[in-house]
Design a protein around this ligand. Structure first.
Ligand code: PRP
Length: 189
Protein backbone atom coordinates (compact mmCIF):
# COMPACT_ATOMS: atom_id res chain seq x y z
CA UNK A 1 0.00 0.00 0.00
CA UNK A 2 1.74 3.13 -1.20
CA UNK A 3 -0.39 6.14 -0.83
CA UNK A 4 1.47 9.36 -0.65
CA UNK A 5 3.67 11.50 -2.77
CA UNK A 6 7.10 10.42 -1.52
CA UNK A 7 9.22 8.91 -4.22
CA UNK A 8 9.02 5.12 -4.42
CA UNK A 9 12.76 5.17 -5.05
CA UNK A 10 13.24 6.49 -1.50
CA UNK A 11 12.22 3.21 0.11
CA UNK A 12 13.71 -0.24 0.25
CA UNK A 13 11.77 -2.24 -2.29
CA UNK A 14 13.41 -5.59 -2.08
CA UNK A 15 13.24 -6.59 1.59
CA UNK A 16 11.78 -10.08 1.61
CA UNK A 17 10.81 -9.82 5.26
CA UNK A 18 9.84 -6.27 6.18
CA UNK A 19 9.87 -5.39 9.91
CA UNK A 20 6.75 -6.36 11.82
CA UNK A 21 4.26 -3.62 12.60
CA UNK A 22 1.36 -5.88 13.63
CA UNK A 23 2.06 -9.54 14.31
CA UNK A 24 0.08 -12.42 12.84
CA UNK A 25 -1.14 -13.35 16.33
CA UNK A 26 -2.44 -9.84 16.99
CA UNK A 27 -4.20 -9.81 13.63
CA UNK A 28 -5.89 -13.16 14.23
CA UNK A 29 -7.04 -12.09 17.70
CA UNK A 30 -8.44 -8.81 16.40
CA UNK A 31 -10.17 -10.45 13.42
CA UNK A 32 -11.85 -12.86 15.86
CA UNK A 33 -13.04 -9.89 17.94
CA UNK A 34 -14.37 -8.10 14.88
CA UNK A 35 -16.20 -11.24 13.76
CA UNK A 36 -17.83 -11.57 17.18
CA UNK A 37 -18.89 -7.93 17.18
CA UNK A 38 -20.26 -8.05 13.63
CA UNK A 39 -22.08 -11.32 14.31
CA UNK A 40 -23.73 -9.80 17.38
CA UNK A 41 -24.66 -6.56 15.61
CA UNK A 42 -26.31 -8.36 12.69
CA UNK A 43 -27.86 -11.21 14.66
CA UNK A 44 -31.39 -9.88 14.20
CA UNK A 45 -31.00 -8.88 10.55
CA UNK A 46 -31.17 -12.20 8.76
CA UNK A 47 -28.13 -12.36 6.55
CA UNK A 48 -25.44 -10.06 5.22
CA UNK A 49 -23.43 -9.75 2.07
CA UNK A 50 -19.73 -9.12 2.55
CA UNK A 51 -18.19 -7.16 -0.30
CA UNK A 52 -14.42 -7.49 -0.45
CA UNK A 53 -12.50 -4.75 -2.21
CA UNK A 54 -9.88 -6.30 -4.48
CA UNK A 55 -7.18 -6.94 -4.33
CA UNK A 56 -6.01 -5.98 -0.87
CA UNK A 57 -8.98 -7.29 1.14
CA UNK A 58 -8.85 -10.88 -0.06
CA UNK A 59 -7.05 -12.36 2.95
CA UNK A 60 -8.88 -10.29 5.57
CA UNK A 61 -12.20 -11.16 3.95
CA UNK A 62 -11.33 -14.86 3.89
CA UNK A 63 -10.45 -14.92 7.59
CA UNK A 64 -13.25 -12.63 8.77
CA UNK A 65 -15.98 -14.36 6.77
CA UNK A 66 -15.08 -17.78 8.15
CA UNK A 67 -15.35 -16.56 11.74
CA UNK A 68 -18.80 -15.00 11.45
CA UNK A 69 -21.66 -16.89 13.03
CA UNK A 70 -24.42 -15.26 10.95
CA UNK A 71 -25.60 -16.24 7.45
CA UNK A 72 -23.42 -14.48 4.88
CA UNK A 73 -22.63 -14.43 1.20
CA UNK A 74 -19.52 -13.09 -0.51
CA UNK A 75 -19.09 -10.60 -3.33
CA UNK A 76 -16.09 -8.78 -4.68
CA UNK A 77 -15.67 -5.36 -6.21
CA UNK A 78 -12.57 -3.85 -7.77
CA UNK A 79 -11.50 -0.27 -8.19
CA UNK A 80 -8.42 1.50 -9.35
CA UNK A 81 -7.29 4.31 -7.10
CA UNK A 82 -4.06 5.42 -8.59
CA UNK A 83 -3.95 6.92 -12.02
CA UNK A 84 -0.40 8.30 -12.03
CA UNK A 85 1.96 5.46 -11.27
CA UNK A 86 2.23 5.25 -7.49
CA UNK A 87 1.14 8.80 -6.83
CA UNK A 88 -2.28 9.08 -5.24
CA UNK A 89 -4.51 11.26 -7.38
CA UNK A 90 -7.74 10.91 -5.42
CA UNK A 91 -9.43 9.64 -8.58
CA UNK A 92 -11.21 6.31 -8.21
CA UNK A 93 -12.47 4.20 -11.10
CA UNK A 94 -14.71 1.13 -11.01
CA UNK A 95 -12.92 -1.87 -12.55
CA UNK A 96 -15.34 -4.64 -11.58
CA UNK A 97 -18.80 -4.35 -10.04
CA UNK A 98 -20.46 -6.93 -7.77
CA UNK A 99 -21.99 -9.87 -9.63
CA UNK A 100 -24.90 -10.68 -7.33
CA UNK A 101 -28.05 -8.72 -6.62
CA UNK A 102 -27.60 -6.74 -3.41
CA UNK A 103 -30.92 -4.89 -3.55
CA UNK A 104 -32.59 -5.04 -0.13
CA UNK A 105 -29.56 -6.79 1.42
CA UNK A 106 -27.45 -5.69 4.37
CA UNK A 107 -24.03 -4.87 2.92
CA UNK A 108 -20.72 -4.86 4.75
CA UNK A 109 -17.86 -3.45 2.69
CA UNK A 110 -14.59 -5.13 3.70
CA UNK A 111 -11.39 -3.19 3.09
CA UNK A 112 -7.80 -3.93 3.99
CA UNK A 113 -7.01 -0.27 4.60
CA UNK A 114 -8.67 3.13 4.58
CA UNK A 115 -6.16 5.85 3.88
CA UNK A 116 -7.44 9.07 2.31
CA UNK A 117 -10.97 7.63 2.30
CA UNK A 118 -11.56 8.34 -1.41
CA UNK A 119 -11.98 4.66 -2.30
CA UNK A 120 -14.47 3.90 0.46
CA UNK A 121 -16.44 7.06 -0.19
CA UNK A 122 -16.66 6.20 -3.89
CA UNK A 123 -17.66 2.60 -3.16
CA UNK A 124 -20.44 3.63 -0.80
CA UNK A 125 -21.84 5.84 -3.57
CA UNK A 126 -21.67 3.04 -6.15
CA UNK A 127 -23.19 0.44 -3.85
CA UNK A 128 -26.00 2.75 -2.68
CA UNK A 129 -27.16 2.88 -6.28
CA UNK A 130 -27.84 -0.89 -6.07
CA UNK A 131 -30.51 -0.25 -3.40
CA UNK A 132 -29.19 -2.24 -0.40
CA UNK A 133 -31.10 -2.28 2.89
CA UNK A 134 -28.02 -0.89 4.67
CA UNK A 135 -24.32 -0.31 4.13
CA UNK A 136 -21.63 -0.55 6.79
CA UNK A 137 -17.88 -0.57 6.44
CA UNK A 138 -15.12 -2.66 7.95
CA UNK A 139 -11.40 -2.00 7.53
CA UNK A 140 -8.51 -3.91 9.02
CA UNK A 141 -6.36 -0.77 9.05
CA UNK A 142 -7.31 2.89 9.28
CA UNK A 143 -4.96 5.82 8.79
CA UNK A 144 -7.12 8.51 10.40
CA UNK A 145 -4.49 11.22 10.08
CA UNK A 146 -4.42 10.82 6.29
CA UNK A 147 -8.18 11.32 5.82
CA UNK A 148 -9.13 13.66 2.98
CA UNK A 149 -12.82 12.86 2.87
CA UNK A 150 -15.23 12.25 5.71
CA UNK A 151 -16.16 8.59 5.53
CA UNK A 152 -17.27 6.44 8.43
CA UNK A 153 -15.52 3.17 9.27
CA UNK A 154 -17.99 1.19 11.36
CA UNK A 155 -15.53 -1.57 12.24
CA UNK A 156 -11.77 -0.97 12.44
CA UNK A 157 -9.10 -3.53 13.23
CA UNK A 158 -6.21 -1.21 14.00
CA UNK A 159 -5.57 2.50 13.71
CA UNK A 160 -2.11 3.15 12.29
CA UNK A 161 0.00 6.20 11.56
CA UNK A 162 1.33 7.36 8.23
CA UNK A 163 3.27 4.17 7.53
CA UNK A 164 3.85 2.30 4.30
CA UNK A 165 2.45 -1.10 5.11
CA UNK A 166 2.47 -4.49 3.41
CA UNK A 167 1.30 -8.01 4.14
CA UNK A 168 -1.98 -9.74 4.99
CA UNK A 169 -3.24 -8.73 1.54
CA UNK A 170 -1.52 -5.37 1.21
CA UNK A 171 1.21 -4.95 -1.35
CA UNK A 172 4.00 -2.75 -2.44
CA UNK A 173 4.27 -3.03 -6.23
CA UNK A 174 2.39 -6.37 -5.97
CA UNK A 175 4.96 -7.77 -3.53
CA UNK A 176 4.46 -9.00 0.04
CA UNK A 177 0.68 -9.56 -0.13
CA UNK A 178 1.01 -13.03 1.38
CA UNK A 179 3.03 -12.11 4.45
CA UNK A 180 1.07 -13.38 7.48
CA UNK A 181 1.70 -10.12 9.37
CA UNK A 182 1.51 -6.40 8.65
CA UNK A 183 5.00 -5.15 7.96
CA UNK A 184 6.22 -1.68 7.26
CA UNK A 185 8.58 -0.53 4.61
CA UNK A 186 11.17 1.79 6.02
CA UNK A 187 12.17 4.88 4.08
CA UNK A 188 15.89 5.17 3.41
CA UNK A 189 17.56 7.88 5.46
C1 PRP B 1 -5.77 0.29 -1.35
C2 PRP B 1 -6.77 -0.30 -0.39
C3 PRP B 1 -7.98 0.56 -0.56
C4 PRP B 1 -7.40 1.91 -0.98
C5 PRP B 1 -7.48 2.85 0.16
O1 PRP B 1 -5.96 -0.27 -2.59
O2 PRP B 1 -7.03 -1.65 -0.68
O3 PRP B 1 -8.86 0.05 -1.53
O4 PRP B 1 -6.04 1.68 -1.36
O5 PRP B 1 -6.91 4.09 -0.17
P1 PRP B 1 -7.70 5.45 -0.03
O6 PRP B 1 -8.41 5.45 1.28
O7 PRP B 1 -6.60 6.49 -0.08
O8 PRP B 1 -8.64 5.58 -1.19
P2 PRP B 1 -4.85 -0.20 -3.74
O9 PRP B 1 -5.17 0.92 -4.67
O10 PRP B 1 -3.50 -0.20 -3.11
O11 PRP B 1 -5.12 -1.50 -4.58
P3 PRP B 1 -5.02 -3.03 -4.16
O12 PRP B 1 -6.04 -3.26 -3.06
O13 PRP B 1 -5.37 -3.76 -5.41
O14 PRP B 1 -3.63 -3.29 -3.69
Amino acid sequence: MLSDTRSPRAIKLTEATPPVLISADKIQKRVRELAEQISADYSDKGDIVLIGVLKGAFIFLADLSRLLTIPRTIEFIAVSSYENGNIASGAVRLVMDVRGNIEGRHVLIVEDIVDTGHTLSYLIGILKSHGPASIRTCALLHKAERAEVDVKCDYVGFGIGDEWVVGYGLDYAEQNRTLPYIGHIVPDE
